[in-house]
Structure formats: structure tokens, C-alpha cells
Ligand binder design. Structure first.
Ligand SMILES: Cc1cc2nc3c(=O)[nH]c(=O)nc-3n(C[C@H](O)[C@H](O)[C@H](O)COP(=O)(O)OP(=O)(O)OC[C@H]3O[C@@H](n4cnc5c(N)ncnc54)[C@H](O)[C@@H]3O)c2cc1C
Length: 462
């Protein structure tokens, strides 16, 4: 529902155009509010564009279609290539000074998490998200070399590990990929459907040997290794046929302690500590046994989840942005979405969080979408306490925002520009050796392609 000229309404700024931000923007726009989306990347989609494995064309295509429909609503204003944060294009303070009704941060979890082991700065140690951004060709990562060597250890046993392994066996065709788990096979975290991408490479004989190696430690906590083996290998159905010499395996009850390097500071092995399982409530915990050994590998990828980027400038502690500790009786609970200033002990009025910015690495696209919808309910409740603005005030605020872009020489992209970029990408379709759809590797190339097609339309502060 678009607003007519004399109707009063609210202006909401959403920071981040991933699944959570787009979902919230959709709800707010449907309610008739004016919505501005500011997005770090030139293109919208967040991890739907730069995270989901590039050959999942159906899923990616469906999401793109939905997001186009949102962006092309008359009351949605998209500005790509705009970073918000300390020392970035705009600060949180700049946005608060615009006096809009609400700011919603849907910036995802852009910080990286390590397990903090000695030697993790060695050549050949990577964070999973950087690798994922690389093979999804996010500018800044697309052209960075990610030398993997022959044997790769991936720390973690979730879906992201599977995506990394998929890329390594299918496209990099490394000799061996090993997923390393501090706990056992029962505690594996990946979705059984996801393992289909790589299960044709899993060396089942080696897997049986690995089960035999850890058998006594599984039985010690009442687990049945035979049942777990059956259950795990039963999931290796509908395996994608892969033409690759690569093999994939697992190493359980193994806690990486140090990255060991050669004279050139390159990875040569991981020092592992054997662990055992101990019951912890309904779950289990891994406990180190102080028995160490070397696990030879040429590179290590940490796929142990992400944290938020504290440079965004919201109150932050231990990898998360702070939300209100004061529960409300509302459903969904407003507190969970309200940014909170610990120093003053109060919520920051009109500032909200959603998606992975609120709960890093939590769930799939559907979960982020639902989170955006819940946040929209919370924001709507807040808006009921605020006076809406008239159209001329909203137009004035949009002018102020564009003025800021112009002053700071920020080259923004809007939906029309992205349509031109899409056309340029399609023209390259088929004539490339990338996985999935063709993408330009840098913001400069994207902006140049847009400019070429529209003359001077991509200019500062549109
Ligand atoms: C490797 C990987 C594979 C995945 N595969 C699947 C899958 O196959 N299926 C599935 O359903 N889910 C998958 N997911 C999960 C899914 O991608 C997430 O659930 C979802 O993307 C989270 O949405 P979000 O909007 O919270 O964050 P994001 O998708 O991360 O979006 C954040 C947005 O904020 C922008 N941004 C960041 N910082 C700033 C800033 N400072 N200023 C302005 N803008 C900023 C970014 O440009 C981005 O557009 C995968 C996740 C990963 C990591």
C-alpha cells in the first residue's frame, strides 16, 4: 500500500539487505511506511547472494525474485554500496541525527570467530566465511588467492563445513578434506540433505576405521557406535555424482591445540589433543585428555560460526550486539530486538536488531525471514507511540541523506541501476568458468558496467 501525498506515515531505515533486512523491509512497506535500505554490498541479498552455495540456482533464483519485488515497491528506496559504522560512509550517529522513526540493523554476523589456537595467523589458515565469500565472488574476496594445498582440515561439522568441503572436492579437487570435530559423530551438526553434495567422496572404509578408533570413548558415555555409524552412512543417499579424485573423511574427538608451521610460516600440521565425551545436562561436552599428536595438513579452515562486527558502532559485548535484558509481556518479546545501552541501563529508543545481527549464525534463510517478521511486529508496536510525519518531511529527510552521500562521495546504487547490472551479468552468462551465475569481481567493475549502460545515472547521492 503506497501512501498518497497528504498521508502521514513513518520513515524507517533498514541497514542490511540480507534475508532478515529484506523481510522486515517487506513488512514495513506493506504496512504503508516509507522504507530506506542501506546496504554495504552493491547488490542486495546478503548471504543469499554471497553465502548460499552458488550452484543452488533454484533457491537463489527464488530469493532474488522475492527481493526484486520488495525493492521495486514505490515506497522502498534502496541504496547499495553504503557501509554504516565507525569510520565508514555513515555512522550510527549520522543516522540517528536524521530523526527517522526507527533504525533497524540487519547487518548479519560479519565478524569472524576463531577458537584462538597458537599459530592461527599462519599462511594457509582461513576463516570459513572468507572462503565462502571468495567462491561466491564477493568484492574484496573474489580475487584474493586462497591456496589450499593437497590436504585440508576443516574445523567444524556444520552446514558451512559441508559447503567448504563441497567447493574443495568439486572445484579445487584437493586430495583430502578432513572435517575435525571436538566431539563425536552423534554430535555432528550438518543437515542430512546437505551432505548429499559431498557424500560420494566420503571414504566409508576410512570412516569405519575412525569409528573403531573412538569406539571405547563413545561407549563410555552410553552411545552405540554401530547405530550411529549406520545412521550417519544411511544419510549418504542421493549423493551428487562428482567427477573428482578428492576424498573426504572425519576426525572425531579431536581438539586442535596449535597450528604447526614450516620455516616459511606455512601450515604443515595441526597439533591435536584427544578428547573424551562427558555428559552435560541433556548434551555432551568434550574434555581434553592431554594426549597430543600431529595431524598433517597443508591448510586449515575454521568453520566454527561467526560473530557480529563491532565496528558497526552499536553497544557490543563478547561477539554480540546488546539487546534489552528487560523482558516485556509482548509476543514476540520486544526486548529481544531492542538495542540496549549498558552504560545508561536503557534501550536506545527506535534502534532495533534482527537476523544474524541479533543472533549470529542462527539458522537458515527461513529463520532470518521469520526474525525480520517478528522484528517488524516489535517496530510496529514502537511506531504506535510515535507521531508519523507528513510527506514533505519525509522527502526532506531523503534529501538530507542524499546530501550526505554527495558530501562523502559515496557512489550508491538503486534498484534501476541493479537491473542494468543484472543485464550486464546475463550478457556474460555461459562465457565464464565460475560456479553458478556470472558476477563481476569488484565494486568498480559493477559501477562501471552500470555507468556504461545508463550514462551518468549512477552518481553520488541519488
Ligand atoms: C556458508 C553459508 C551457506 C548457507 N547456505 C544456506 C542454504 O543453503 N540455505 C539456507 O536457507 N540458508 C543458508 N545459509 C544461512 C543464510 O544465509 C542466513 O540464515 C541468512 O543469510 C542470514 O540473514 P541476515 O539478513 O541476518 O544476514 P546476511 O545474509 O549476512 O545479510 C547482512 C546484510 O547486511 C549488509 N551489511 C553488513 N554490514 C553492513 C554495514 N556495516 N553497513 C551496511 N550494510 C551492512 C551486508 O551487505 C548484507 O547484505 C547459509 C549461510 C552461510 C554462512
Amino acid at each position: 500500500m503506497a501512501t498518497s501525498d497528504n498521508q502521514r506515515t513513518h520513515l524507517i531505515i533498514v541497514i542490511g539487505a540480507g534475508p532478515a533486512g529484506m523481510s522486515l523491509a517487506n513488512q514495513m512497506a506493506k504496512a504503508g511506511h516509507e522504507v530506506v535500505i542501506l546496504n554495504r554490498d552493491v547488490k542486495f541479498g546478503g548471504l543469499a547472494e554471497y553465502g548460499i552455495f552458488p550452484n543452488k540456482l533454484k533457491l537463489r533464483g527464488g530469493l532474488q525474485k522475492t527481493y526484486w519485488e520488495i525493492l521495486e515497491r514505490p515506497n522502498v528506496h534502496y541504496f547499495g554500496n553504503v557501509s554504516v559504522g565507525n569510520g565508514k560512509d555513515l555512522t550510527v550517529e549520522d543516522l540517528r541525527n536524521l530523526g527517522v522513526s526507527a533504525l533497524v540493523f540487519a547487518t548479519g554476523a560479519q565478524g569472524t570467530k576463531t577458537i584462538g589456537v597458537e599459530g592461527d595467523s599462519a599462511i594457509g589458515v582461513y576463516h570459513a566465511k572468507d572462503v565462502v565469500y571468495h567462491f561466491n565472488r564477493l568484492p574484496g574476496f573474489a580475487e584474493r588467492p586462497f591456496e589450499m594445498g593437497r590436504r585440508v582440515a576443516v574445523i567444524g561439522v556444520g552446514d558451512v563445513m559441508v559447503d567448504i568441503a563441497h567447493w574443495l572436492v568439486r572445484y579445487k579437487q584437493v586430495e583430502q578434506v578432513t572435517a575435525i570435530a571436538r566431539r563425536g559423530p552423534l554430535e555432528r551438526k550438518y543437515n542430512p540433505k546437505e551432505i548429499r553434495a559431498v557424500c560420494s567422496c566420503i571414504d566409508q572404509e576410512a570412516l569405519a576405521k575412525e569409528f573403531a578408533r573412538v569406539r571405547p570413548r563413545l561407549e563410555a558415555v552410553g552411545q552405540n557406535p554401530d547405530e550411529i555409524f549406520k545412521c550417519m552412512t544411511d544419510e549418504f543417499t542421493k549423493c551428487e555424482p562428482l567427477k573428482t579424485p578428492s576424498k573426504m573423511g572425519f576426525r572425531f574427538l579431536a581438539s586442535p591445540r596449535r597450528v604447526l608451521t614450516d620455516g616459511q610460516h606455512r601450515v604443515r600440521a595441526l597439533e591435536m589433543e584427544e578428547t573424551k565425551l562427558e555428559p552435560k545436562g541433556q548434551d555432551t561436552a568434550a574434555v581434553g585428555l592431554k594426549q597430543y599428536y600431529e595431524f598433517p595438513c597443508d591448510s586449515v579452515v575454521f568453520a566454527v560460526g561467526d560473530r557480529v562486527d563491532e565496528t558497526v558502532g552499536l553497544p557490543y559485548k563478547n561477539g554480540i550486539f546488546l539487546t534489552s535484558p528487560h523482558k516485556t509481556n509482548n509476543e514476540p518479546d520486544d526486548a529481544l530486538f531492542q538495542a540496549f545501552d549498558e552504560a545508561s541501563g536503557t534501550v536506545i529508543p527506535g534502534v532495533f536488531l534482527t537476523g544474524w545481527a541479533r543472533k549470529a549464525s542462527e539458522g537458515l534463510v527461513g529463520v532470518a525471514k521469520r526474525d525480520g517478521e517478528w522484528c517488524a511486529e516489535v517496530v510496529s508496536r514502537y511506531l504506535e507511540t510515535r507521531q508519523p510525519c507528513d510527506r514533505s518531511t519525509i522527502k526532506g529527510t531523503l534529501r538530507l541523506l542524499r546530501g550526505l552521500f554527495e558530501k562523502r562521495k559515496v557512489q550508491t546504487t538503486d534498484a534501476a541501476a541493479l537491473r542494468l547490472l543484472e543485464k550486464a551479468e546475463k550478457e556474460h552468462g555461459g562465457s565464464h568458468d565460475c560456479i553458478g551465475e556470472f558476477k563481476f569481481h569488484s565494486n568498480q567493475e559493477m559501477l562501471a558496467q552500470i555507468r556504461r549502460r545508463e550514462g551518468t545515472t549512477v552518481s553520488a547521492g541519488r
